[in-house]
Ligand binder design. Sequence first.
Ligand SMILES: Cc1cc2nc3c(=O)[nH]c(=O)nc-3n(C[C@H](O)[C@H](O)[C@H](O)COP(=O)(O)O)c2cc1C
Length: 192
Amino acid sequence: MEAHPETIVEEVDLIQDPPPLMQPEWIAGAFNKGELSEAQRKALEPSDRYIAQLEWADVILIGAPMYNYGMPAALKAWFDQIARINKTFSFDLSRGDEPIAPILKGKQLVLMTSSGEFDFQEGGSREARNHLTPHVRACAHYLGVDLEVDFHHVGIEYQEFKDERHEASKKRAFEALPGIVKHLYEQSGVQV
Ligand SMILES: Cc1cc2nc3c(=O)[nH]c(=O)nc-3n(C[C@H](O)[C@H](O)[C@H](O)COP(=O)(O)O)c2cc1C
């Protein structure tokens, strides 16, 4: 950031300013092909705002603690706001068993997680309880992210143990960051 003052950061604090839960007016509005009612327009306002931010962004950085083995409710509410037909995805049964296609393209996603317990990674003893990273990955296409190349995850574990394993986990996470940042700038065509 200091080396690249041209970088613009827009922060969305989902805890201070949580997205509303999806209501029937939201769903009716999202599928309404005609004129929206006033209630539908109002219900979709946060979604319009979040999607405009997404369209503008090159990189999306999500910082999320694990709560009850999944994403915090505010983050799920945000995903519910941005997953919207004909805005972030299209739906066409002529595509056969994969009717959903993303509309946004070329975004980078960095997911930074924190958990009290540990071993949630693929093959880990708590893999089956991890509904945080897999859920974000499952929704990444709504953000315009190609999981193969544009998804980066850094996780800090053992927070509840507060022992040397937690310190080692933090160290590994911090060590991974410069490589990710370099990759992000290179993808944006910036020399680093
Ligand atoms: C309400 C609540 C639920 C939590 N659920 C889990 C959980 O299911 N699994 C886990 O490993 N840690 C869980 N934790 C621990 C947090 O993930 C951990 O403390 C994390 O570091 C919190 O992030 P923060 O320091 O950014 O708030 C939970 C913490 C809270 C407060």
